[in-house]
Design a protein around this ligand. Structure first.
Ligand SMILES: CC(C)(COP(=O)(O)OP(=O)(O)OC[C@H]1O[C@@H](n2cnc3c(N)ncnc32)[C@H](O)[C@@H]1OP(=O)(O)O)[C@@H](O)C(=O)NCCC(=O)NCCS
Length: 332
């Protein structure tokens, strides 16, 4: 039986624990700061909250008597909806029991039920990120009409390894915390990023290309309300680069007992690239933030060669966690 779930009951929670225990592909599985059991506890709390907040999420379980054989959870994306003018959602979890074929079958059924629910709730565009090794999810997504947009590398820098960052001083360059009055200069760098890198949206032929191309400009315009920590690099009284981070939610810190952040966006003015400035600003900002948090995670599109090469240069410091494919689908 496949059913939309509101308010998970005790029995659901018990059987979800068994399902998640065998889940192999969680994002932080290679990061030795995280215990699998604690991570499951965290995911269950997220699912519990999502089942109560049914206006913001859709949670669907595949059940066989009292046993949960699979689940799919979608988060509605209000910001993306406002920007693109299309109601959007992201599949946060797609998990099923069993060997390849059984798992694919359950996932296809979960996805088709999700599509019906999305139609009822007027969600029209879906994103799904899946681990490169999670073949049953990849094939279920392909079978149900999802299209590959790009692939992302996920890496992490830990407090302990920050001392190994290779940062050379750059004449006259300092970093400091962001001030509200810096916004216009950050947006200028957002324009530079937009003209040098395609976001995943720019590969989606169903979305308006002019909007997708300006995506990073919009992100920088909103950076102050979204990011928790922002650092800027200043030379000759001019901002020539920035990096913005968001802290993981409090629930994560409470259960996992680790304080973590992820990179929202960073960039260097195009006229100032290849002079060691990115290394200086990002490296010093990471070091500074790592006094407050245990680790920082970052995503890089594999098509973003400069950024990927940049990360590779510090390969002793940035540990590779995993690679994820990113799919999109429009619902008719
Ligand atoms: C990636 C980026 C931050 C690099 O900044 P930078 O100031 O040019 O970086 P650095 O000069 O410190 O370069 C350090 C190393 O990174 C690598 N690197 C940087 N840019 C590179 C490029 N275009 N091609 C190949 N390697 C590159 C090199 O190994 C370089 O060392 P080297 O110059 O000694 O060979 C910059 O290109 C940028 O702002 N890009 C757009 C921002 C962006 O993509 N944001 C993310 C959107 S998801």
């Amino acid at each position: 039986m496949i059913c939309k779930t509101v308010n998970l009951c005790k029995e659901d929670l018990r059987s979800l624990k068994a399902l998640l225990w065998n889940y192999l592909y969680h994002l932080l599985r290679r990061y030795n700061g995280i215990e699998h059991e604690k991570y499951i506890e965290y995911v269950i709390e997220i699912l519990k909250t999502s089942s109560f907040e049914s206006k913001k999420h859709i949670l669907i379980l595949a059940k066989h008597s009292a046993k949960t054989d699979g689940l799919i959870m979608l988060k509605k994306l209000d910001w993306d909806f406002r920007y693109f003018g299309i109601p959007m959602g992201r599949i946060e979890y797609l998990i099923a029991n069993g060997a390849y074929q059984k798992s694919v079958n359950i996932k296809i059924r979960l996805l088709r039920t999700l599509f019906q629910e999305c139609k009822c709730e007027n969600v029209r565009h879906l994103t799904a990120r899946v681990d490169i090794e999670d073949i049953s999810s990849i094939h279920a997504l392909e079978e149900t009409g999802f299209k590959l947009m790009t692939t992302e590398h996920i890496g992490i820098i830990d407090k302990k390894s920050s001392q190994f960052l290779q940062i050379k001083p750059v004449n006259g360059l300092i970093i400091r915390k962001f001030r509200k009055s810096d916004l216009a200069e950050i947006v200028k760098i957002g324009k530079d990023i937009s003209s040098s890198v395609y976001s995943r949206f720019a590969f989606d032929p169903g979305l308006r290309f002019d909007k997708s191309r300006r995506y990073y400009i919009k992100v920088t315009q909103n950076i102050y309300s979204y990011a928790d920590r922002i650092f800027v690099g200043v030379k000759d009284n001019k901002i020539i680069g920035f990096i913005a981070y968001k802290l993981f939610d409090e629930l994560f810190t409470k259960i996992i007992k680790r304080k973590m952040a992820f990179v929202v966006l960073g960039g260097i003015l195009s006229s100032q690239r290849r002079k060691g400035i990115g290394t200086f600003i990002f490296g010093n900002a990471d070091r500074f933030l790592l006094k407050e948090v245990d680790a920082i995670m970052g995503r890089v599109y594999l098509h973003n060669i400069p950024m990927f090469e940049f990360i590779k240069k510090q390969r002793d410091v940035y540990q590779s966690l995993t690679i994820q494919h990113c799919f999109h689908k429009f619902l008719e």
